[in-house]
Design a protein around this ligand. Structure first.
Ligand code: FAD
Length: 678
């Protein structure tokens, strides 16, 4: 049995990025039909409602200051500075959009102003009437604000009010394409019954989250099926070698800890973290993680965390942990209060270790979030590294804690209108303008799409011009914690060979509020949808037909044992990475060993396949970079690169992955290496 659904814009994934995309598509073009397909239940699923709910405001700083700081201190000039500037200009508009969509869940003070604080400010005291006094004397050109963690439910309701359709508990597995290579839908399956869903869509937006390899429990929903679907459809990957984000964690509960560097001791009683905190760091520091590797390798493990020496603690506790928190968020305070209480009661000792979060999000996109497959967009964590916006760091949060929610909203506010315009047969370039102006009258901008787009493009340009160890921590490689193309100007009509004029007709019908599908011609005719769907069903369902000797979880654990060790994924060397890649390729040859008896298991197999693909591409890109820069550290190549290049992996169809080095166009950017010292 199968369901067939037709929609103009299909959004796969109903986390914050998917919801922001769906809402923005509808705000820009109300006549375009939008369907969100979510593997679990949108509003509850994804990461945005289980995090800290911290967001960023510029707080009076200029976007230029943010871009300059990020480029120089964090992204190490591997940033796409034009993209970053576009984002920085929208930082405050993004949180206002979140506030509007969630009906006021952003924390505001008595005067209605957004309550904010500087990152890493030190709490000096709390007065009798509960007024916090912070030392806010630091250099970061941004401030933190906060949103209550139940906001996503309200955001979903906003989407429903705008007419977005939701299909929950269906996971997307692969993309459908026309004979000429455009995305024209996707195939998914019910996670409960295994029933197949065939979605015919004019534009497909992947918003399926990052790849987190199931190592750290709070990030475990990031399993990379969107990346794998994009790759199989022909999308490229970029900047993936930086996706090795680790948090400090206790081997007893896997809760993350901030500020461990201040109190990080080896087993001989020496503080080995402080040397890496001489300079202020915005968030966890990669060199202290590498230090962990060196200490354990030298026989000085396990490492210990002296919490009482963490000078960040008063700051993080006052922001997050208790009923007396600086930010006033009833739901969040309850959630974090319980979590931290439970975490703290499960720590019988002070042993600390790095836990891999990963955040592989390398699907390469252009400034409208379109991949190189026309009609296929990718937003949120799945493409955040692939934008190259944040440079030489894992993303998110790209070491600016709390900025991920701004980023996801920005992606949605840009890609939603772009995907809607694509579906309506408009030029995608034109839609970028309408997204930028979305808050100021999105619907009005639809009709004027191209002129708005041109205006924004021009002004943007002008201003930019200006292991082997097994026991926790005690041995060398840190055992798995485990021990634990835009179709520029091409109307949709052109896709199936009918006249471009049909695209214009579609735009008119959008204005009239009817479905784009009525006016834009049938892009699915001749796309062999049934044959493609049958192939996908065969691949997805194959594990049911065979006997396996490994469970889904046991297989995932084998992958974790390769990606978790710091020596493979953070402080890297040629030999260790070659070994890791060989093991991943070996596991790829053993997928048939995974046992599957239910639709859940089938998704488990699909997720393992996706994890293997992401791990393979992570190691391939890492082997290609023979230098050390930002978050990317090589024991055998400690020097900075001579040339600034992005590493891109293209899918060349039959021949496998092809590595391409793209020079960073630094001469076109305002901020250049060395300039800051002059
Ligand atoms: C513990 C924690 C704390 C955090 N704290 C903060 C913070 O304070 N501030 C901040 O800015 N950021 C924070 N973040 C990061 C932020 O929450 C994420 O970056 C953001 O929510 C990612 O949004 P997304 O929509 O791209 O991905 P996700 O939230 O992962 O959403 C992806 C959605 O796609 C669905 N999906 C996956 N595969 C499929 C499929 N095949 N078909 C259909 N649906 C699928 C998933 O179920 C999920 O609902 C935190 C994250 C965590 C885990």
């Amino acid at each position: 049995m199968s369901e067939r659904v037709r929609t103009d814009v299909l959004v796969a994934g109903g986390g914050i990025a998917g919801l922001a995309t769906a809402i923005s598509a509808k705000e820009a073009m109300p006549g375009v039909s939008v369907t969100v397909v979510e593997k679990y239940t949108s509003g509850y699923s994804g990461k945005a409602n289980r995090g800290a709910g911290i967001v960023v405001t510029l707080g009076g700083y200029r976007p230029e200051e943010f871009v300059q700081y990020h480029t120089d201190r964090i992204g190490k000039y591997l940033n796409d500075q034009k993209f970053l500037m576009k984002f920085a200009r929208e930082i405050d508009n993004d949180i206002e959009a979140l506030d509007r969509w969630s009906k006021g869940k952003l924390d505001r003070d008595e005067k209605g102003e957004i309550r904010s604080i500087k990152w890493r400010s030190q709490l000096r005291g709390v007065s009798g009437d509960g007024i916090y006094d912070f030392d806010q004397d630091n250099e970061y050109p941004w401030r933190l604000a906060a949103i209550d963690l139940d906001y996503l439910l309200e955001v979903r309701k906003t989407a429903v009010r705008l007419g977005v359709k939701f299909i929950d508990r269906v996971g997307i597995v692969d993309i459908l394409k026309t004979g000429s290579g455009e995305a024209c839908g996707a195939v998914g399956f019910s996670i409960d019954t295994g029933e197949m869903y065939v979605f015919e869509a004019r534009a497909v937006v992947l918003a399926t989250g990052g790849q987190n390899y199931r190592v750290m429990p709070m990030w475990a929903c990031g399993r990379g099926e969107g990346h794998a679907a994009a790759w199989r459809a022909g999308a490229s990957l970029a900047n993936g070698e930086f996706s090795s984000f680790y948090n400090w964690t206790s081997p007893h509960n896997f809760k993350d800890e901030m500020g461990v560097e201040y109190g990080l001791y080896n087993d001989k009683g020496e503080n080995v973290g402080l040397r890496h905190t001489i300079e202020p760091h915005p968030d966890i520091d990669q060199d202290s993680l590498a230090e962990y590797y060196k200490q354990v390798k030298a026989g000085n493990g396990p490492l210990h965390y002296h919490q009482d020496e963490n000078i960040m603690l008063p700051f993080t506790r006052s922001m997050l942990g208790s009923d007396a928190a600086y930010f006033k968020r009833p739901y969040t305070n309850r959630w974090w209060g319980k979590l931290i209480f439970n975490g703290a009661t499960q720590e019988p000792d002070d042993i600390i270790m790095p836990g891999l979060i990963g955040e592989y999000g390398a699907v390469k996109v252009d400034e409208e979030f379109q991949t190189c497959v026309p009609g296929l967009f990718a937003v949120g964590e799945v493409s955040i590294g692939g934008t190259r916006c944040f440079g030489a760091v894992p993303a998110p949060p790209a070491r600016v804690r709390g900025i991920a929610l701004n980023v996801m909203t920005f992606h949605g506010r840009t890609a939603g209108p772009a995907a809607a315009a694509y579906a309506a047969g408009e030029s995608v370039g034109a839609s970028a303008g309408s997204s930028v102006g979305a808050d100021a009258g999105a619907v009005a901008s639809v009709g004027a799409g191209s002129s708005v787009g041109a205006g924004v493009g021009a002004s943007d340009g002008a201003s930019v011009g200006a292991g082997d160890g097994s026991s926790v921590g005690a041995s060398a490689d840190v055992g798995v914690g485990a021990n634990a193309g835009v179709g520029v100007g091409a109307g949709v009509g052109a896709n199936d060979g009918s006249s471009v004029g049909a695209g214009a007709g579609a735009v008119a019908s959008v204005g009239a509020g009817s479905s784009v599908g009525a006016g834009a011609g049938d892009v699915w005719a001749g796309a062999s949808i049934d044959a493609q769907a049958a192939d996908i069903e065969k691949r997805f369902g194959a594990p049911l037909e065979r006997a396996g000797d490994m469970t889904v979880n046991d297989f995932a654990f084998e992958i974790a044992k390769v990606v978790q060790p710091l020596g493979n994924s953070l402080y890297r060397s040629e030999a260790r990475m070659q070994g890791a890649l060989a093991r991943i390729l070996e596991l790829q040859g053993q997928v048939e060993r995974i046992e599957a008896k239910t639709p859940h298991h089938l998704f488990g197999v699909n997720e393992n396949v996706a994890m293997l693909l992401c791990a393979e591409m992570f190691f391939r890109a890492s082997l290609e970079r023979k230098d050390s820069i930002g978050w990317f550290l090589r024991e055998d190549y400690p020097d900075s690169p001579e040339k600034l290049e992005w590493i891109v992996i293209e899918n060349d169809g039959g021949g496998g992955p092809r590595i391409v080095r793209e020079p960073v166009p630094i001469s076109e950017y305002p901020y250049k290496p060395g300039q800051q010292d002059a």
